[in-house]
Design a protein around this ligand. Structure first.
Ligand code: PBG
Length: 339
């Protein structure tokens, strides 16, 4: 072979990849701290943070520790948190009665966080699963074989108004009942909360990857059994067109932001939704996605930081404007160190 062997190429895409600075000039997607929403779990009492076994690095916080965590996240530049309460099992019943208690855990948590870190955007879930003994997102029908859509929506509306009264910036219906976004918008407006937004879990799939979250909030009973499967309200993972339909309905009903959940296994859905609407799109990298990366890293099979960053970049590249992720704090710290 000749010493100066050279192919007669006009195009050499590798020219753009020579060193980091060149690559950064042409990077099409950049993950920013402003893209991140941190989901946080809160529990009653004054105890130390309770680690969640299936979610290494994630704990349930007392309200006092939650407030401290929120202050740290805010200082790191994270714009928003999504709060999830873990209730004592003794407080749960078939109707999720505690969801409408004015002193319920999540409302006390919202007031404490908003008082301490008013600038931080606070999001709360509107769904009954942390409150029901059966773990469903709503109340059951008379035959006890399905969730009753319309009765559930009526309860969710009251829940959303109470959350708005407590000062949340966005309510996030994650229940997948039909018509709930419109009903909640009306209820919020009737209560004078015209400035409280709705992040709709519009395309929420019936995923097996919610397992660790159900450990975290103690709603696991609903997983797996025929009677208590969430398949009659969460979307079938087989469906793609239907996600766009759900999104369009929620936007027509008044959603300010629409969400796709899970994220990493549903990048095609994120892209479809991004292309089909002009409203901001959120994606939720859920507990099982987080647990998979953590578990493989613990076994020494994957590099934690690189897989974490790649998973989030992929979600953003697919079209998400914001990402709920249990990695939020670690990524924010790393982005800060880089600067
Ligand atoms: C339920 C709810 C779920 C999650 C957020 N809200 C799980 C479920 O539908 O059982 C899952 C989040 C995660 O897995 O990280 N309203």
């Amino acid at each position: 072979m000749a010493k100066n062997f050279q192919l007669p190429l006009t195009h050499r895409p590798r020219r753009l990849r020579r060193q980091h600075s060149r690559r950064s000039l042409v990077a099409e997607t950049v993950l920013r701290v402003e893209d991140l929403i941190a989901p946080l779990f809160v529990v009653d009492g004054k105890g130390a943070p309770e680690p969640i076994g299936s979610m290494p690095g994630v704990s349930r916080f007392s309200i006092a520790d939650l407030v401290k965590e929120c202050a740290e996240l805010h200082a790191l530049g994270i714009p928003a948190v999504a709060l999830f309460p873990k209730l004592d099992a003794r407080l749960k019943d078939a109707n999720g009665t505690q969801a409408l208690n004015k002193r319920t855990l999540v409302l006390r948590a919202v007031r404490a966080v908003k008082a301490a870190v008013p600038e931080l955007t606070v999001i709360t879930d509107v769904a009954l699963d942390p409150y029901t003994s059966h773990g469903h997102d709503g109340v059951l029908n008379a035959a006890q074989d399905d969730v009753d859509n319309d009765r559930t929506v009526a309860i969710l509306c009251r829940m959303a108004v109470m959350q708005a009264d407590a000062g949340v910036d966005f309510v996030a219906p994650s229940d997948m009942m039909d018509g709930r976004v419109g009903a909640i918008r009306k209820a919020l407006d009737a209560a004078g909360h015209t400035g409280t937004g709705i992040i709709a879990y519009s395309a929420k799939y019936n995923s097996a990857y919610y397992g660790p979250f159900r450990d975290a909030v103690g709603s696991a009973k609903a997983a797996g059994t025929r009677l208590l499967s969430k398949a009659t309200y969460q979307m079938d993972p087989a469906n793609r067109r239907e996600a766009v339909r759900e999104v369009q309905l929620d936007i027509a009903e008044g959603a300010d932001i629409v969400m796709v959940k899970p994220a990493g296994l549903y990048l095609d859905i994120i892209r479809d939704v991004r292309n089909s609407t002009r409203v901001p799109v959120a994606a939720y990298q859920i507990s099982g996605e987080y647990a998979q990366i953590q578990a493989a890293a613990q076994l020494g099979w994957l590099d934690l930081a690189r897989c974490r960053d790649e998973s989030l970049l992929a979600i953003k590249r697919a079209g998400a404007d914001m990402i709920l992720t249990y990695f939020a704090k670690e990524v924010a710290k790393q982005l800060k160190d880089k600067r």
